[in-house]
Structure formats: C-alpha cells, structure tokens
Design a protein. Sequence first.
Length: 142
Amino acid sequence: MWDCDSFKSPGPDGISFYFIKKNWELVKDDFMRFLVDFHRNGKLSKGINSTFIALIPKVNSHQRLNDYRPISMVGCLFKVLANRLRIVIGSVVSVSQSAFIKGKQILDGNLIANKVVYEAKRMKKDLLMFKVVFEKAYDSMD
C-alpha cells in the first residue's frame, strides 16, 4: 500500500490512498483483517472489485465512443491486492501471453505474426494464418 500513489483518483467508495495513509492508525486493523481474510479464504468480499468507469475525451471534437479513453476507478483494497499479485503473476500466466503483463504489449502478437509472414515469403514456404481482430476492451459496446 505504501508504494501506491497517494493522489490517484479515489474508488467508488471515495477513499484515496492519501486518506488511508494519513489515517493508518484508525483503519489498519480493518485493512489488515481484509487482507488476512482474502489470503485465508481466497475470496473477495462482495463489492470489493466494484469499479466506476469514467470516459475521458481523447480529442476536442468527441462524437464517437472511440473518441474517449476509459479509466477505471477501483477501490484501494482491490488496488493493493492487484499490486501484490503483480509479484507472482509471472509464475501463474503463460509465457506466451502478451497482454496485462508488465513489459509486454498486447500488440506483441501482431509483430510476431508479421515476422512469421515475412520469413515464410522470404523462404517461399506455404503458410496458413487466420486473423483475430484485437480491440481495446472498452472501444466496443453492446
């Protein structure tokens, strides 16, 4: 928790890391009880991962959904768990996954595919590929 930026936007509960750090003596027992419960049971308390999504305009003339950048405002307790998970995620997630892993980009797969096509053409080898359309998670809406 102490590594988290104090002045990031608060979550749905309105509580920021600044508040928690300033009032640590008051909230530490509840905070630590939550973490111990999570580690013991492996389950999140109801609503702990509730998130507000705010749409921030990317351009001055915003008329389409793609003209906005979504940001998630998630609570501090969930952010602390996510930060702790970062330490071990490499041992849980496949090495071939490129999204949501620090130091990797979702488009790394596209670069690899381009290299495979280039090499197949260069070596005059037959190649069968299929295309999967990548979209940002919030750039589409049902």
